[in-house]
Write a protein that binds this ligand. Structure first.
Ligand SMILES: *Cc1c(COP(=O)(O)O)cnc(C)c1O
Length: 479
C-alpha cells in the first residue's frame, strides 16, 4: 500500500474521545468506569487499524466492537477454564481444584484476620505450623512436620539445612527434570551441596552408594522419578536399604516423593504408589512432597520426618523466605482434616481419579445430548486420560469423551480457548476430544454452551490444506 493512501485510510479511524463520548461510550462508561472505557477505546481503535492495514473493514468502531473491547479489558487474565483434557492434575491449569471444605476455610482466612501466628490459649505469639504439624504427623506417623511454599522449596530447604558446603549422594537414575525447567541437579547446586552421582542411568545398587561415602558426605538423597519411568534392564536400591546404610554410617536420607500421596491410591484402581507414611516407615529421615499434586490440596511443600532434623529446617533463615502463606495454610489444614476423617473422596482430585466407567459414560452421554440439542454433530468415544502432575506416568485412566470432527481443527481449538470460560480439550487423530473425567457434573451444560458457540462460529470447511492437527498441545504428564 502506498503511504499517502495508507494515511488517508488511517484518518478514518475514530479518536478515543469520539468513542468515549458517543452514546454507546457514555452508557458503557457509566456502568464500568471511565478508565476501563478509555482502555477499551484504545484497544478497539488498534483492532480497527490492524484490519484497515490488512485491507479489511472501513476503519469504524461499532458500539458492539467497543463493548467487546471493554469486555476483553475487564476479563481477568487469570481465570477459570473448563479442563476437558482428562488430565486430572494439570500443572498448566493450576493442578488440584480444592475441596469445598478447603475453599470455605480459604475464604474465611482471606476475608478477615486469623490466629495464624497467635496462640489463643496463652495470648502470645504462636506458630503457623501448629495447626498443620499434628495432622501431618498423624497421617504419616512422622515425629515432626513443616509446611513451606512448595515442594521445590522444601527440597531446597532440606538440602541447604543439612548439606550446605558438603556432599550429597544421589543415583544417576534419579537426576530428573520434573517439568517447567525444575532439574534436580540444579536445585542441589543452588543449595550449595555438592552432588555426588552414583551408579548408571539404568542401574544403581546399594554398593554404589556405600562406595561413595566419605567424611565429606552430609546426606543420602532419593528422588521420585515422577513424570518418567524406566522399564527393562534397570535396578534401583530400595529406599529402606539406603535408609539402613544411612543409619550405619550416621547419614540422614532425604526422600523426595514429589507427588506424595497420603492415602493408598490402589483402591481407586491406580497402580500402587508409595505413600508418605511408607517412606517414613522405610526409614527416611526427611520426606518431602507437594500439597497440590496427588494430595489434592493447595500449593505447598511438606517435609515430615525426624524431629531433630525438622527443627534444623525450621530454624534455618531460608525457612522464613519459603514459609507457607495464610491462605494456603488454611486450605491445607482443611484438606488434611478430610484425610484424617476418612473423607478424602470429597477432594476433587481424588474423586476424579476414582471416577469409574459407568459414571463417566453417563456424563459423556449427557454432554453428547446437550451438544446434539445445540446442533453440534458429535459422538461418544472411549478414551484414556492421565493423572498428571508428574504422578503415575504409566497409569492410563480409562475414560469417556465426546469427539468432534470439525472441518478445521486448529481454528475450533483457538476459538474454544477464547470463550468465557475458555475450553481446553485434547486433539487426537483429526478430532477434538472432550474427556469428561475432569469435567464436573455441574459443568456439562456450560461446557456444551461454550462448545456450541465456538462450533457455530468457526466455518465448517477449511481453506485448501487446512484442518491439520495442531495447536492445543496438552502436556500435563510432567509437573
Ligand atoms: C513436582 C516435584 C517437585 C516440585 O514440586 P512443586 O510442588 O511443584 O514445587 C519436586 N520433586 C519431585 C520429585 C516432583 O515430582
Amino acid at each position: 500500500m502506498e503511504d499517502p493512501e495508507k494515511n488517508s485510510l488511517l484518518r478514518r479511524l475514530p479518536s478515543v474521545d469520539a468513542l468515549t463520548s458517543s452514546a454507546a461510550g457514555r452508557a458503557l462508561g457509566a456502568r464500568h468506569g471511565r478508565l476501563p472505557l478509555a482502555r477499551a477505546a484504545r484497544r478497539a481503535i488498534a483492532d480497527a487499524r490492524r484490519l484497515l492495514l490488512a485491507g479489511e473493514g472501513d476503519g469504524s468502531v461499532s458500539p458492539d466492537a467497543l463493548e467487546a473491547a471493554l469486555a476483553a479489558e475487564l476479563a481477568p487474565a487469570q481465570r477459570r477454564v473448563l479442563n476437558a483434557t482428562g488430565v486430572v492434575l494439570h500443572t498448566n491449569f493450576g493442578r488440584a481444584p480444592l475441596a469445598a471444605a478447603a475453599v470455605e476455610r480459604l475464604r474465611e482466612a482471606a476475608e478477615g484476620y486469623t490466629n495464624l501466628e497467635y496462640d489463643l490459649e496463652s495470648g502470645e505469639r504462636g506458630s503457623r505450623q501448629a495447626a498443620l504439624e499434628p495432622l501431618l504427623c498423624e497421617l504419616t506417623s512422622a515425629e515432626a512436620a513443616l509446611a513451606v511454599n512448595n515442594n521445590a522449596g522444601a527440597v531446597l530447604l532440606a538440602l541447604t539445612a543439612l548439606g550446605q558446603g558438603r556432599e550429597a549422594i544421589v543415583s544417576r537414575g534419579e537426576l530428573v527434570e520434573i517439568g517447567g525447567g525444575f532439574r534436580v541437579p540444579d536445585v542441589m547446586r543452588q543449595s550449595g551441596v555438592q552432588l555426588v552421582e552414583v551408579g548408571t542411568t539404568n542401574k544403581t545398587r546399594l554398593a554404589d552408594y556405600e562406595a561413595a561415602v566419605t567424611e565429606r558426605t552430609a546426606l543420602l538423597v532419593k528422588v521420585h522419578r515422577s513424570n518418567f519411568a524406566m522399564v527393562g534392564f534397570c535396578e534401583e536400591a530400595a529406599p529402606a536399604e539406603v535408609a539402613e546404610l544411612g543409619r550405619r554410617r550416621g547419614l540422614p536420607l532425604l526422600d523426595d516423593l514429589g507427588s506424595g500421596c497420603l492415602a493408598d491410591v490402589a483402591p481407586l484402581g491406580l497402580p500402587r504408589e508409595r505413600t508418605a507414611a511408607d517412606a517414613v516407615r522405610d526409614g527416611a529421615s526427611l520426606v518431602t512432597f507437594s500439597g497440590d499434586k496427588l494430595l489434592g490440596g493447595p500449593q505447598a511443600g511438606i517435609v515430615v520426618g525426624r524431629r531433630e532434623l525438622v527443627e534444623r529446617l525450621r530454624r534455618h533463615p531460608l525457612q522464613r523466605a519459603l514459609r507457607i502463606d495464610k491462605l494456603s495454610a488454611a486450605a491445607l489444614e482443611a484438606t488434611l482434616r478430610l484425610y484424617r476423617d476418612g473423607r478424602e473422596r470429597e477432594i476433587p482430585a481424588i474423586a476424579m481419579l476414582a471416577s469409574r466407567g459407568p459414571e463417566l459414560r453417563r456424563r459423556a452421554e449427557r454432554l453428547r445430548a446437550a451438544l446434539a440439542a445445540r446442533e453440534v454433530p458429535c459422538e461418544l468415544v472411549e478414551t484414556s486420560g492421565q493423572v498428571g502432575g508428574g504422578a503415575l506416568p504409566l497409569a492410563e485412566l480409562p475414560s469417556w469423551a465426546v469427539a468432534l470432527r470439525p472441518g478445521q481443527l486448529e481454528p475450533l481449538a483457538a476459538r474454544l480457548r477464547k470463550g468465557g470460560p475458555p475450553v481446553i480439550g485434547r486433539l487426537a487423530e483429526e478430532r477434538l476430544l472432550l474427556d469428561v473425567r475432569t469435567v464436573g457434573d455441574g459443568e456439562v451444560e456450560l461446557l456444551s454452551e461454550r462448545v456450541a458457540e465456538a462450533w457455530h462460529d468457526v466455518p465448517a470447511r477449511a481453506p485448501a490444506g487446512g484442518g491439520r492437527e495442531a495447536g492445543v498441545q496438552v502436556d500435563g504428564g510432567h509437573a
